[in-house]
Write a protein that binds this ligand. Structure first.
Ligand code: NAD
Ligand code: MG
Length: 286
């Protein structure tokens, strides 16, 4: 079990390199078996945290992997690219702000230009900012949450769709908070609920085309979103994260990545519009 000292990062997104202790993105014991051989994937926010874990699992399963990140995350992005390439996979970095509509279109075009195809889109980038009262949430903060978590998912999916064929997958990273709510994360919880509705509706629209749309809803996972999203408010809360779930601990990104492999692979060929809950044992509806 990891021991996390109180800490905060006074910016969002946070930095992977400043986490204490460092997170684990893929287990040394995880054996790839070519499940995604020949596939090409794009993961938003793949520089760090859960996105980096997904990128490394996809790479170990034989996929070519593109990741997006912000210019200010260049160090984390470079480390993620290095780690993807160390798996023997092709890696592409696409750098920019997902709140800019044109960047979303350009990101898809860059990946298709580099790989010649696109099979898997993971809408993973996200932000959260804690607020004790609804009155503390500014219009700008509300729009920031929806711009990154929801609008970018819509635009990336829309831009990707013309390139996706039968067997392709769209996967969103939602959250346990979209199902149970979190009183200090009202805006964030609202975006994650919206993502679930999008996933379910789009899955029905795309089922006849053989394109599957699913989501992974993590519970507390040790990533920079914790000290950056809660930290400036309460560093001790970061240290205590996960102690209230049935397993009594926070999860590692390495424990979330395999769920994305499953959803993206042929093994999940009859699964669409669904949620995999990776949350340390919290029962939730849906
Ligand atoms: P993270 O900060 O490492 O990753 C989030 C990424 O989002 C960043 O790396 C950044 O590249 C990207 N991003 C943020 N704003 C952006 C913008 N304007 N333009 C482009 N990219 C932007 O943290 P994480 O925990 O790995 O988060 C990944 C996803 O997992 C998020 O959607 C988050 O809501 C979700 N999630 C995390 C947890 C958890 O406990 N860590 C739990 C449930 C869900
Ligand atoms: Mg990051």
């Amino acid at each position: 079990m990891i021991n996390i000292p109180p800490q905060s990062q006074n910016r969002m997104p946070g930095r992977e390199s400043e986490l204490e202790p460092f997170a684990e993105h893929i287990r040394a014991s995880y054996k790839g078996s070519g499940r995604l051989a020949g596939r090409c994937a794009l993961i938003t926010g793949g520089d760090s945290g859960i996105g980096r874990a997904v990128a490394l699992h996809f790479a170990r399963e034989g996929a070519s992997v593109a990741i997006t990140f912000l210019p200010e995350e260049a160090d984390d992005g470079a480390e993620a690219i290095r780690a993807i390439e160390a798996e023997g996979a092709r890696a592409v970095a696409v750098i920019g702000d997902l709140r800019e509509p044109t960047f979303c279109d350009n990101a898809i075009e860059q990946v298709v230009a580099a790989f010649g195809r696109l099979d898997i889109l993971v809408n993973n980038a996200g932000i959260q900012k804690a607020a004790d009262e609804l009155g503390e949430i500014s219009d700008a903060d509300w729009e920031w949450h929806f711009g990154v978590n929801v609008d970018a998912m819509f635009r990336m999916s829309r831009a990707a769709l013309p390139h996706l064929g039968e067997g392709a997958s769209i996967i969103a990273t939602t959250s346990v908070n979209g199902f149970v709510g979190n009183k200090r994360l009202v805006a964030y919880s609202a975006t994650k609920g919206a993502m679930m509705g999008f996933t379910r509706a789009l899955s029905q629209q795309l089922a006849p085309r053989g394109i599957r749309v699913n989501e992974v809803a993590p519970g507390p996972i040790w990533t920079a979103i914790q000290p950056a999203g809660f930290g400036p408010v309460d560093p001790q809360m970061v240290a205590d994260m996960g102690k209230d779930v049935p397993m009594g601990r926070i999860g590692q990104p390495s424990e979330v990545g395999p769920a994305y492999v499953f959803l993206a692979s042929e093994e999940a060929s009859y699964i669409t519009g669904q949620t995999i809950h990776v949350n340390g044992g919290m029962p939730v509806n849906g």
